[in-house]
Design a protein. Structure first.
Length: 213
């Protein structure tokens, strides 16, 4: 009976979660477009088209910053997806081993250790930068909402979208900081903050090679 390998299962799962979180991020970062607003001219709920046309200077600036934030988020997803695939290719999740097993095992693999350190540092720094951008995006969008306030629907849709983006951002910051602090590759997509804790079998050194290293 055909059965997927562990790496294939991990890639399918992470790809699905990547697409799902990506869709939620589009909605959650483009606040000036998808949050309920009432147009001052008609007094009716603004359509997506109206939220993108005949804009004031401030409105246009907020819409532009929403898209800039989305673009920076896309950069985060690309970095995460590359890092996740690198970990799946070079490392493994061994449930029979301690979570911090890789700290000891990786000492015999200088190239892998160096690359992992670079990926973890880059991931952590980008997450911090993204946090600042998201904060500015939320503040600018909140100011804009006061001009097109549509009652509780505006508040609930705004807070829901902000929660979605903050939930993902918290995961990014938590995982990237933990990976940087512990120098371990916590998965960005698999639940329960799984850590890759062993060198992948196809890259393991033989006992003789390990002694030579």
């Amino acid at each position: 009976m055909f059965e997927f390998s562990q790496n294939t299962k991990q890639r399918i799962k992470s790809s699905f979660l990547f697409l799902l979180t990506g869709f939620k991020t589009i909605i959650a970062t483009l606040l000036s477009i998808f949050v309920h607003q009432v147009c001052t001219t008609s007094g009716q709920e603004c359509s997506v088209t109206e939220n993108l046309t005949d804009l004031t200077s401030f409105n246009a600036a907020v819409v532009s910053f929403n898209f800039i934030t989305l673009g920076i988020f896309v950069g985060m997803y690309i970095l995460e997806f590359y890092r996740e695939n690198w970990c799946m290719n070079w490392l493994d999740v061994e449930k029979t081993l301690p979570a911090d097993n890789l700290k000891t095992e990786i000492e015999a693999y200088t190239d892998i250790k160096t690359r992992l350190r670079v990926l973890n540092v880059r991931y952590c720094r980008y997450a911090v930068f993204l946090s600042g951008v998201v904060l500015i995006n939320v503040l600018l969008s909140a100011i804009l909402m006061t001009q097109y306030y549509g009652g509780y629907k505006t508040i609930t849709s705004f807070l829901t979208n902000v929660f979605l983006v903050c939930d993902k951002l918290y995961a990014c910051v938590y995982i990237s900081h933990a990976s940087y602090r512990d120098m371990l590759p916590y998965s960005a997509y698999m639940k329960d903050y799984i850590v890759f804790n062993a060198i992948d079998k196809k890259h393991k050194l033989t006992p003789v090679q390990a002694l030579a290293a």
